[in-house]
Design a protein around this ligand. Sequence first.
Ligand SMILES: [Zn+2]
Length: 197
Amino acid sequence: MSVLKNLIERLQDLPGIGPKSAERIAFWMARRPKEDVKAIADAILETVATLETCTLCGHVAESDPCSYCADTTRDAATICVVETSRDLEALEQTGEFHGRYHVLGGHVAPVEGVALEDLNLSTLMDRVASGDIREVLIATNPTFEGEATASMLKREIGAHDVTITRIARGIPSGGEIVHMNAAVLGEALRSRSNFDA
Ligand SMILES: [Zn+2]
């Protein structure tokens, strides 16, 4: 396989990159000054070498446990469950939440064959079963998949003696947490309510 053909195939592993985009990026790289392309490659390698997945919460961070799990000033009895690390960072930007997090690593997607068990669920259930948790705030996206994930989570967690809340519906249905401004998101966190889906 030629070097270029290999690159084009590898690039297609990236989210949102199809064959046409992969080809365009590959030829762009072939024409660019070598230093520019090498800087991109170095950034990727540095990410691979530095980032870890927190074994407690699933957040992608520079340490394990991550800084949120290691921070003893945060309320360990409240867990905010999010789909991705990007959602965690967006919620953190609001400054409204002072508990711990749990990152599922995606959402339930029946069409793509992703079930609840395929997500980072077992460590969450361990945390809930420990008896140290008072509230689980479900902050999956208000999208079709996010809502389905929230309902299934509630069913799983419901057997335990914890309060289950959901971020407020003030955030537009179908919207995604990472695209909302901090003010709207902060309000959604403040006005969370008991989840009875
Ligand atoms: Zn963590």
